[in-house]
Ligand binder design. Structure first.
Ligand SMILES: Cc1cc2nc3c(=O)[nH]c(=O)nc-3n(C[C@H](O)[C@H](O)[C@H](O)COP(=O)(O)O)c2cc1C
Length: 450
């Protein structure tokens, strides 16, 4: 944390909440994924709390799982396509950043450049793109492939993809569209730039048919803890999501990635590292624990085992004793690394059985979890923030809207009292509110001062 800075706060929404049983919890709208009124309510709550962003994850397919478990889960099933959703939410919010996921494996760069540039214009400069490479063969099968790209290849493709998208966002100088009705000149030909990209994965001529975005480039967000994932984040990301459960692992990661960012000639504090954290809040610790236990009791064991199996990289756990220790597990070459490693580390340190680990994974799908009073939650965030583990947090409410209302009504004021969080938005655009400079154009417009 640079001295004098306050923490950045985003909220990561799963429609009913992050806890796998949230859709069954009292007060939760079971149809939240396609309930727009609900989405408006939670987005406006986030803005009332002065949060930096709302974030929606995404996958391009229904995950493969045993039907017995899948049919008991609301995760990534029956919800809105997130770019559509945040475009609609742009119209009912004014200051908050709007971030969603789009895959570099199953899109074309031109489409992504165009959509996020449009979102940036229609939201007045509040767009952010969470760049993912996708992780599932079930997604590949919706795009003419039997298997997903290999881990290294998908990151190579992602690097080229993001380079093309940024190039397309620079297609027009900021002042290219003069729209001079008197002379009849709509744009200045000098202000138009053709990318002419010919790479390993993409050939894109350009220019983009959308003017340069208000933010220059929408904010680039990324999560990925493998070697390739970290290198990608260090080169391109402006916000990095992480899923550390243990604060000392988070600190190591933070120091390492900030050093890598500097290695790319970028200022380390222009990259905000934001671990996910799930908070169940009660007026007393006992009340918070009771809420949490109520949620945990709603988890079907088959669902818990399947979630753990997915988080560990799609390892079949059905042959192991559920109440026995976590065995040494094979690694699927193509699987995501970070959540898996964090969970294995947790099981080893705390000597957890498979069932116990599975129940921990159900909480926030393998992110850090706090259950307590507003002051206890604030203590947790303060410790991570002030000891070099985080620049802020991606808050993952376990159930909605209740757990997020509690966060905004009770934890945010506590953080503000401690001077750790702002009481008002500083600027208009997402970048201004994050303290990030507006990128200059590769064709000459200089970067704006912060
Ligand atoms: C907070 C967070 C949000 C994520 N959101 C998505 C998502 O929406 N879609 C997706 O396919 N992957 C998502 N991921 C997965 C990452 O993009 C990445 O694939 C994963 O962390 C594994 O990367 P690695 O192999 O470099 O460790 C997310 C990860 C984290 C920690």
């Amino acid at each position: 944390m640079p001295r004098g800075e306050q923490m950045k706060l985003g909220v990561f929404f799963h429609p009913t909440g992050h806890h796998v049983a949230s859709w069954r919890y009292p007060g939760v709208q079971a149809d939240a994924g396609i309930n727009f009124a609900h989405q408006v309510e939670i987005a406006q709550t986030a803005e009332r709390g002065k949060l930096h962003m709302i974030f929606f994850a995404d996958g391009v397919g229904v995950r493969e799982a045993r039907m017995e478990a899948l049919s008991r889960s609301a995760q990534y099933i029956a919800n809105f396509e997130p770019l559509m959703l945040i475009a609609a939410l742009a119209a009912v919010t004014e200051r908050i950043g709007l971030v969603c996921t789009a895959s570099t494996s199953y899109n074309e760069p031109y489409h992504i450049a165009r959509k996020f540039a449009s979102l940036d214009h229609l939201s007045g400069g509040r767009a952010g793109w969470n760049v993912v490479t996708s992780g599932e063969d079930s997604e590949a099968r919706n795009f003419g492939r039997e298997l997903h790209y290999g881990h290294a290849e998908r990151y190579q493709r992602a690097r080229e993809f993001v380079g093309v998208v940024k190039g397309l966002w620079d297609s027009w100088d900021d002042d290219a569209f003069i729209r001079d009705t008197a002379s009849g000149v709509f744009f200045d030909p000098e202000g138009m730039h053709t990318l002419d990209h010919h790479g390993k994965y993409f050939s894109v001529r350009g220019p983009l048919n959308v003017p340069r975005p208000p933010q220059g480039h929408p904010v680039i967000v990324q999560a990925g803890a493998s070697e390739d994932g970290r290198a990608f984040a260090a080169e391109h990301a402006e916000i990095i999501f992480t899923n550390h459960i243990l604060v000392d692992n988070a600190r190591k990661y933070y120091a390492e990635v900030k050093a890598r960012v500097a290695g790319f000639g970028r200022a380390p504090d222009h990259v905000k590292i934001m671990p996910g954290v799930s908070a169940t809040i009660g007026a007393t610790e006992a009340e918070a624990k009771a809420k949490h236990e109520k949620l945990q009791a709603l988890v079907h064991p088959v669902v818990a085992r399947e979630m753990l199996s997915t988080a560990l990289g799609r390892i079949d756990l059905s042959g192991y004793d559920f109440d026995g220790p976590l065995p040494d597990l094979p690694m699927r070459e193509n699987a995501g690394r970070s959540t898996r490693e964090n969970l294995i580390d947790l099981a080893r340190r705390e000597n957890l059985t498979i069932r116990q680990l599975a129940m921990r994974a159900t909480d926030a799908r393998g992110k850090s979890v706090v259950v307590g009073t507003p002051a206890q939650v604030a203590d947790h965030l303060e410790e991570w923030f002030t000891t070099g583990a985080a620049d802020g947090f991606n808050v993952m409410p376990p159930y909605l809207p209740g757990a997020f209302d509690d966060f905004v009504n009770l934890v945010v004021p506590e953080l503000q009292r401690r001077g750790l969080f702002r009481t008002e938005y500083e600027g208009k655009t997402f970048r201004e509110n994050l303290g990030l400079a507006r990128p200059g154009s590769r064709y000459g417009t200089p970067a704006a001062a912060e």
